[in-house]
Design a binder for this molecule. Structure first.
Ligand code: SF4
Ligand code: SF4
Length: 232
């Protein structure tokens, strides 16, 4: 009989990878499972996220440099966690990696993700100040998690301050105006080159807001990628 023990979250929590959700692969919708590529040999998926500022503090304290310090730190932390909690157990990191994993779909299934007008996910606990850090194929003795049940803060938001805070007016219509956002982010005098003013204007989870250097890091990287793909 399979041993079932509580999920050992502490080492991950302390390291700033403080959101975890374990899925049974067989219970995932086929459309989501298909984004994980080949899952043969594994029965579970561990979705890892971070909420708030702690991860960035840990990454900086680790001294890891380079262009992807958060991803490198996440890989190292997961290797240490598997070695300690499940020595000898096989696992495969699908994200970060080359596979376009359906992270938001997984976040919805975990109960982490509710859509916002500015397209980043939100929940009542962390606001929009969380992100997906890893999706890991594995087989563990731990029971799959139940979906957390937080309702969407946007459903009861008075005045929707994020909408009027967007200088490109990208949130004013029924659908997010991606072109307006991209054009403004890449404009020479943009106030959104390394931030999102709509996201900053949202009051939910404000106590977990990333510090300025983390915001600059993540939005600076996304702008570099946009410039690379759009060749602008
Ligand atoms: S300001 Fe209101 S509508 Fe905008 S993301 Fe925050 S909760 Fe949602
Ligand atoms: S990045 Fe700037 S332009 Fe784009 S949605 Fe956020 S506030 Fe609007």
């Amino acid at each position: 009989m399979t041993e079932v023990r509580p999920f050992p979250a502490r080492q991950l929590d302390v390291a700033g990878l403080n959101r975890q959700h374990l899925f049974d692969l067989a219970a995932l919708p086929e459309t989501v499972r298909a984004t994980l590529d080949d899952t043969a040999g594994f029965s579970q998926l561990l979705l890892i996220g971070h909420g708030g500022r702690q991860l960035w503090e840990c990454v900086q304290a680790s001294g890891i440099g380079g262009s992807d310090p958060i991803d490198d730190y996440t890989r190292q932390t997961l290797a240490a966690w598997f070695a300690r909690e499940l020595p000898g157990s096989d696992y495969r990191i699908r994200y970060p990696g080359e596979v376009p994993v359906g992270l938001q779909a997984l976040g919805e299934l975990a109960g982490w993700h509710h859509p916002t007008p500015f397209r980043v996910g939100i929940d009542a606990e962390w606001g929009s100040w969380f992100a997906y850090r890893a999706a890991v194929l594995c087989t563990t003795p731990f029971s799959p998690f139940f979906r957390v049940d937080h309702s969407s803060p946007c459903a009861t938001c008075d005045g929707r301050p994020c909408v009027s805070a967007c200088p490109a007016n990208a949130l004013a219509g029924k659908d997010f105006d991606l072109d307006a956002c991209l054009n403004w982010r890449m404009a020479p005098q943009s106030t959104c080159a390394d931030t999102c003013r709509a996201r900053l204007a949202c009051p939910i989870g404000d106590e977990h807001r990333y510090d300025a250097s983390q915001i600059r890091h993540s939005y600076g990287r996304s702008l570099d990628m946009l410039r690379h793909y759009l060749k602008r």
